[in-house]
Design a protein around this ligand. Structure first.
Ligand code: FAD
Length: 366
């Protein structure tokens, strides 16, 4: 059986290690930290899983496939709460999403603002044209999901090595001096991919903040996105709270030293939005306020491509603030390429990337 080394146990690397191990590959998964740690982009509390990606049919189908795979993983990682889009324009990004979802047979419904409002105990909808509801979308428990993937990978025989790795020719040099080699080496290093291969992967790393507010059980409900305002979050999730996250790109940071907590200003920004959209929660106490980072490619597309010199080495990443949900579906593509059954998706290739419309929110760049 072929052997693979995967460096990086975020959602991309963990999903790949899990799938390859279950396919019978001999897998070594390397990370500087334990799976789910808060320094990784895949750590922390929750991520939304939604199929709406504007006119982009590719990511809609990928998210739909990933949904089935997260469901299969179980372990309470997927919270099937649905996702509600607060839509301000009749013919904007969400209307394009709706068209794509209907064409792909993915469940979606267009509700009047008043009908949409019934999903929450109280919500202001006076500025909305309609609410787009994805009933089968939801919320993923982020750190738990990564841990569950790594656990399943280990059960299937994968070996987990804690340590920092560097490329060394086509091989993998560990910080303790050890050298690893395999048929395929996949560098799935999140924001650090741009630091390990700066000439190949242009990546901006930005500081992102979010706040979880305390809320009672009556606030159990869907994930939500206010695309044009660049805010997103979810109704109460058991044990975590009601989430509000500004999606505007934050200041550039070093992923090794960025704060693990949101700032007072970040909390105030989230509360200001909360007070406008969900006025009944305006005074809700803060349950937690983590900091995180986005690893952004110029066009928001992921990266998956062979290293131009060391062809057994592959670069995988560029989650660009929307990658978590896709992890297990992306792993299927990567495994098929490594197994010689598919060609790499051209949109993930290295080379020049042009900034274009966001795959996240209208307020974000690109
Ligand atoms: C606030 C926030 C909200 C988000 N919301 C959503 C959302 O709602 N929906 C969604 O789908 N996505 C969302 N995302 C994006 C998503 O979380 C990321 O795209 C995804 O987690 C990226 O995963 P990754 O595996 O590429 O990177 P990471 O999770 O960062 O994993 C990379 C791993 O590589 C390890 N590593 C790096 N370099 C080395 C080295 N040299 N040696 C050993 N190990 C190394 C790191 O320690 C790390 O564990 C959000 C992100 C943030 C920050």
């Amino acid at each position: 059986m072929p052997a693979a080394i995967v460096i990086g146990a975020g959602v991309f690397g963990a999903s790949l290690a899990d799938l390859l191990a279950r396919k019978g590959w001999e897998v070594t998964l390397v990370d500087r930290f334990e799976p789910g740690h808060p320094r990784a982009e895949s750590g922390g509390e929750t991520r939304l899983i939604r199929c709406s990606h504007g006119p982009d049919d590719f990511y809609a189908r990928s998210a739909r496939r990933a949904l089935a795979l997260w469901r299969e993983l179980g372990e309470g990682v997927l919270v099937e709460s649905g996702v509600a889009w607060f839509v301000r324009r009749e013919n904007g990004w969400e209307a394009e999403s709706e068209r794509v979802l209907r064409a792909a047979g993915i469940p979606v419904e267009r509700l009047s603002p008043e009908d949409g409002a019934r999903m929450f105990p109280s919500v202001a909808v006076d500025d909305l044209a309609f609410v787009l509801h994805e009933p089968e979308a939801g919320v993923l428990r982020a750190a738990d999901g990564v841990r569950a993937l790594v656990r399943r990978a280990r059960e299937a025989g994968a070996r987990f090595v804690t340590g920092e790795a560097r490329p060394d020719g086509g091989r993998v040099r560990l910080a303790d001096g050890g050298l690893l080699e395999a048929d395929a080496v996949v560098w799935a290093c999140g924001a650090w991919l741009g630091r390990l291969f700066p000439e190949l992967v242009p990546m901006r790393v930005t500081f992102q903040q979010l706040v979880l507010f305390e809320a009672g059980r009556e606030w159990d409900g869907p994930g939500w996105v206010d695309f044009d305002a660049a805010f997103y979050g979810h109704a109460r999730v058991e044990g975590l709270g009601f989430k509000v996250g500004p999606d505007m790109d934050g200041a550039e940071v070093d992923p090794d030293t960025r704060p693990l907590e949101a700032t007072a200003e970040g909390i105030a920004t989230a509360r200001e939005y909360l007070s406008r959209r969900f006025p009944a929660l305006a005074e809700a106490p803060v349950a937690s306020a983590p900091g995180c980072h986005y690893g952004l490619t110029p066009d928001g597309q992921f990266v998956f491509a062979p290293h131009p010199v060391e062809n057994s080495n592959w670069l995988l990443g560029g989650g660009s603030g929307h990658g978590y949900k896709h992890g297990p579906a992306l792993a299927e593509h990567v495994a098929a390429v490594l197994g010689g059954e598919a060609q790499p998706e051209p949109r993930f290739a290295l080379g020049e990337r042009l900034a274009k419309r966001s795959l996240r929110t209208a307020g974000a760049t690109p």
